[in-house]
Design a protein around this ligand. Sequence first.
Ligand SMILES: C[S@@+](CC[C@H](N)C(=O)[O-])C[C@H]1O[C@@H](n2cnc3c(N)ncnc32)[C@H](O)[C@@H]1O
Length: 217
Amino acid sequence: MKYAVLNLPYTGSPLDYRSDLSPSRLHPIHAWLGRRPVLAQHTAEEHAALERWATGRSIIVEIGVAEGVLAMALRRRMAADGTLYLIDPFHLSRIPIFNFTKLAAHRAVGSVPRGKTVWIQSFSFEASRSWNTPIDLLLIDGDHTEKGVRRDWEEWSPFVAPEGIVILHDARLFPGGWTTPDYGPVRLVDDLFRRQTIPGWRIAEEIHSLVIVKREK
Ligand SMILES: C[S@@+](CC[C@H](N)C(=O)[O-])C[C@H]1O[C@@H](n2cnc3c(N)ncnc32)[C@H](O)[C@@H]1O
């Protein structure tokens, strides 16, 4: 299925996508009807990095799915017998049965024939209460407030297995990008990994707004 990634430098316009997307087609119903591609909220370079880090991983959790483009990258490269857990409440639709973001996401991720997917339609802080599975790759891209992203880190990172990774999106400043110093994920990464070191964790890679941190053996 077709998807569009963000172009740089980012100006905040719908035309920042590499497509002939018209602003009148932004509503997710147009993705569902096939009138436009599903829209990523990340760049091509980030997409390539996500595919690389997902390669061969078996248990992957994504918090914050939106139209599902990042999930497509993860699914494309995960272990063939792996499971991709997708957590999003899809709470922004006014009429639940016409939740076109959710419908478009299910179709986009379903178009990638690899591994298994498990959809968890709830907030990450609800899903964490019953979670008990070690995670190979955790992607945090849900609640972007500092409090929300910190809560995701605190509740979910303990489940990440040794040599597993956490990828934080919108978590660093970069030329031509959209992030600012007051973004919640930027503040969290500054606090956890730049002003101090957390025993057992280190930054493995940074690309555009992505910060990839790895749990030591
Ligand atoms: C920036 S978008 C995610 C973009 C997505 N990763 C992609 O591939 O384009 C944020 C998403 O997080 C979801 N969200 C917000 N708070 C959340 C939470 N506490 N747990 C899970 N998802 C959440 C929203 O519904 C929204 O779809």
